[in-house]
Structures are given as structure tokens and as C-alpha cells.
Design a protein around this ligand. Structure first.
Ligand SMILES: Cc1cc2nc3c(=O)[nH]c(=O)nc-3n(C[C@H](O)[C@H](O)[C@H](O)COP(=O)(O)OP(=O)(O)OC[C@H]3O[C@@H](n4cnc5c(N)ncnc54)[C@H](O)[C@@H]3O)c2cc1C
Length: 366
């Protein structure tokens, strides 16, 4: 059966009948390495899953649906909520250590009554019933395969509204992972713990093998432009196992920070530990035009991506972005980077093109 996900305007929606891996061509070198090597990683994951669990359809897979129950739901405001789902059978594969920050990925949730699926971007968060806090998963812990989502419900929307009204314990079906963007694979890169990168709290075990070297490869910097629930793409990269290791300038726009709920303190902590340079814009305080003007002032020119360079201990304080990722409602994507035509990226226009960015270094996510 074909589960439909159709395109409508005004939200993060795209046709996903054909699952094309989404990639930027921000460097032909980057693209080729990333394409071959990431395909290898995802391929080995799939072959691992199939060989070790042949005939068992319990591990998350893009080719069939797996059952999860709603284990926690939390209202943020009248249109945003967090939902945590737990697989009925514990997942053996730690998807976070497998995907790392080399892949931006999503899953599809099935709405069985109207026979549609919608994509959602998991975050490595789990609800601690004792403290009643949302916590970031620890390295090596996949919490049995729990996934958490930050979701906006649209008044007349089909799936998010349905999800919102499901009671705790209700069983839903999910398939994935689907890779939405691939970064270059860094062979033999030293692993960095989340704690090291998230809290800037690195210790000796984070520098196994090479005491005088922080990384094998030189990290590169990126800019991310997100609006509304688009923030999940940046958070996935920053919170997954082996998180994004370069500097990220994150421009996020929403009505107000309250809409981010427990994600806001996480963002502030990432900013405090210099994992991200955060610029938040609230449409409750400024008009969209004013916000765009302010964003324009802060956009820097692109830097060339030079491929996988050996790590240099000489710290360069300058922020040199080689890639801009844009994720939000259609109108937002249009203003920042020109219109995206469903699966087609469309030409780069908007604020980014005025600063010299083009289709080699800009990627629009739905
Ligand atoms: C890769 C990817 C990852 C995503 N990750 C997330 C995520 O983590 N969190 C998240 O919240 N969203 C995410 N999305 C968006 C998500 O997939 C859904 O598009 C979103 O939840 C809306 O789906 P819906 O079924 O609730 O609404 P839909 O039924 O698709 O409706 C959406 C909007 O269209 C309007 N509408 C409905 N019917 C019509 C009509 N006939 N004519 C005109 N307008 C209409 C509705 O009022 C509403 O405003 C992601 C999308 C992609 C592609």
C-alpha cells in the first residue's frame, strides 16, 4: 500500500512518494565523498538489520512500519507539543550512534484512518518520570529506541492534530530512517561525547589515541536558518551522538520563545558552551520585514569548502561558513533562499543570494 504524503502550502510539507536522498552540492568533492561513504554507512546499517533480524520486523526500517506506543505527551502551547514514543519491542540498533551528525534524518508516522504518512524529525530526548524533566540521551544509550518529536498542530491539519489527541499508551506505526541531508563522512574521526560537545566538558577519554589533536579532520562551520518546527533539524545535529563539530550560526524565527518549551533551555545551554551562535527572532516583538532586515545584516559571505583537511591546532576564531541550511514554512524559505519547488530545490535567491550564496552551498529542507 502506498502511504501518501502530499504537498500543501504554508508548512513543512513535501511530496515524499519518491524517497530521494537529499544532498547539497556544496562542493563536488564533498558530494562525491559524502554520497559514497554515507550510502555505505546507511547501507551497512540496513544489511546489519536484515542479516541479524531477518524475518523479525521489530527494528526501525524504511521498508515496513514498526509499532511504538505513546509514552509521554506534553503540551507546550495551544499549537505545539512534545511527544515521546517507545517501541513495543526494544530496538537493538542505537540509531543515534549510527546516524550521528553525518545524517539529518526523519521518520514517517502512519495515520491509518486516512491512509497518509507524515515526516517527523526525531530528537534524542527522553522524559524522566522521576524528575519530570526532558533529558538528552547519554552516549551509548538508545533508551530502548525511544524517539521524541516537537510537533506543531495545524487547525485543519490531518496527522499532527490526530497525534495530539491520541492518549498515552496508544500504539502508532513508524518507518524510517529517511536521510534528509548527508554531510561528508569523516573516516576514522575521533569520537566526541555529547557531554564534551554539548557542555564543553571534555575529558581524557574524549581524546583517545591523539592527545595533542582535537580531531583528525578540520571541522567546518555552517549557518542554519530555521522557523517554527524547523528548529528540530538544528537540534538533531547538535544533540545526536558524535554531534556536529564545527561552529553553527543558528538564526531561528518563531512567534515567541515560549513556543520552544523545553527546547529553549537546551538551546541556551548550547549557546553558553559555544556550540552554537544563536540568534532568535520573535514575530511577537518585530514585524517579519524587520526580522528579515536584521537577519540580512548578520549573514556573512560563504567560504569555500576545501574538502577533508587534516586538523590544525591553530585555532581560527573567524566563523567561515561553507554551507547554509534553510528549514521552515514555504514563505520563510522563499525569503531567505528563494522558493523551493517541492522536491526541486529551485534557484537560490532571497537574502542568501544577496550575500553571494548559491546552489553549491545552500540547501532548502522542507
Ligand atoms: C523531512 C520532514 C521532517 C519534518 N519534521 C517535522 C517535525 O519534526 N515536526 C513537525 O511539526 N513537522 C515536521 N514536518 C512537517 C510534517 O511532516 C507535516 O507536514 C505537518 O505535521 C502537517 O501535517 P498535518 O497532516 O498535520 O497537516 P496537513 O493535513 O498536511 O495540513 C497542513 C496545513 O495545510 C492546511 N490544509 C489542510 N488541507 C488543506 C487544503 N485542502 N487546502 C489548503 N490548505 C489545507 C491545514 O490547515 C494546515 O495549515 C516535517 C516534514 C518533513 C518533510
Amino acid at each position: 500500500m502506498l502511504w501518501k504524503n502530499y504537498a500543501l502550502s504554508g508548512s513543512r510539507i513535501t511530496h515524499r512518494l519518491h524517497k530521494l536522498p537529499r544532498k547539497s552540492s556544496f562542493s563536488k568533492k564533498f558530494f562525491t565523498t559524502s554520497c559514497l561513504l554515507t550510502a555505505g554507512v546507511v547501507g551497512s546499517y540496513l544489511s546489519y538489520r536484515y542479516s541479524s533480524h531477518r524475518g523479525n520486523k521489530y527494528e526501525l526500517s524504511p521498508s515496513y512500519f514498526v509499532k511504538y506506543k505513546i509514552s509521554h505527551k506534553q503540551d507546550i502551547d495551544s499549537s505545539h507539543f512534545l511527544v515521546e514514543v517507545t517501541p513495543l519491542i526494544k530496538q537493538k540498533v542505537n540509531i543515534w550512534s549510527l546516524m550521528t551528525a553525518e545524517n539529518l534524518w526523519s521518520v514517517e508516522v502512519k495515520q491509518p484512518e486516512v491512509m497518509v504518512v507524515r515526516s517527523y524529525t526525531p530528537l534524542p530526548l527522553s522524559f524522566n518520570p522521576a524528575s519530570r524533566e526532558i533529558e538528552i540521551l547519554k552516549d551509548g544509550d538508545n533508551a530502548g529506541g525511544k524517539l521524541s518529536f516537537y510537533i506543531k498542530k495545524y487547525e485543519n491539519g490531518e496527522v499532527a492534530r490526530w497525534l495530539y489527541h491520541l492518549p498515552k499508551g496508544h500504539v502508532i506505526e513508524i518507518r524510517g530512517p529517511f536521510v534528509d541531508y548527508e554531510f561528508p563522512h569523516l573516516p576514522n574521526e575521533l569520537k566526541r561525547s555529547r557531554e564534551c560537545l554539548y557542555m564543553n566538558n571534555c575529558n581524557e577519554k574524549d581524546y583517545i589515541d591523539k592527545e595533542d589533536s582535537k580531531f583528525v579532520y578540520q571541522p567546518y562551520d555552517i549557518m542554519m536558518f530555521t522557523a517554527g518546527t524547523g528548529i528540530v533539524t538544528a537540534l538533531q545535529l547538535l544533540l545526536t551522538e558524535s554531534p556536529f563539530r564545527g561552529n553553527m550560526k543558528l538564526f531561528h524565527t518563531n512567534e515567541n520563545v515560549k513556543q520552544l518549551g523545553p527546547l529553549y533551555p537546551i538551546l541556551l545551554r548550547l549557546q553558553a558552551s559555544k556550540r552554537v551562535q544563536l540568534q532568535i527572532f520573535e514575530t511577537d516583538r518585530q514585524t517579519k520585514q524587520e526580522i528579515l532586515k536584521n537577519i540580512q545584516k548578520l549573514i556573512t559571505k560563504p567560504s569555500p569548502y576545501k574538502g577533508l583537511l587534516p586538523f590544525s591546532n591553530v585555532t581560527d576564531e573567524d566563523f567561515k561558513p561553507v554551507l547554509a541550511l534553510v528549514c521552515g514554512p514555504e514563505s520563510y524559505i522563499s525569503s531567505i533562499s528563494g522558493r523551493k519547488y517541492d522536491l526541486n530545490q529551485g534557484p537560490v535567491r532571497g537574502l542568501l543570494s544577496k550575500k553571494g550564496w548559491d546552489s553549491d552551498n545552500v540547501y532548502k529542507l522542507s
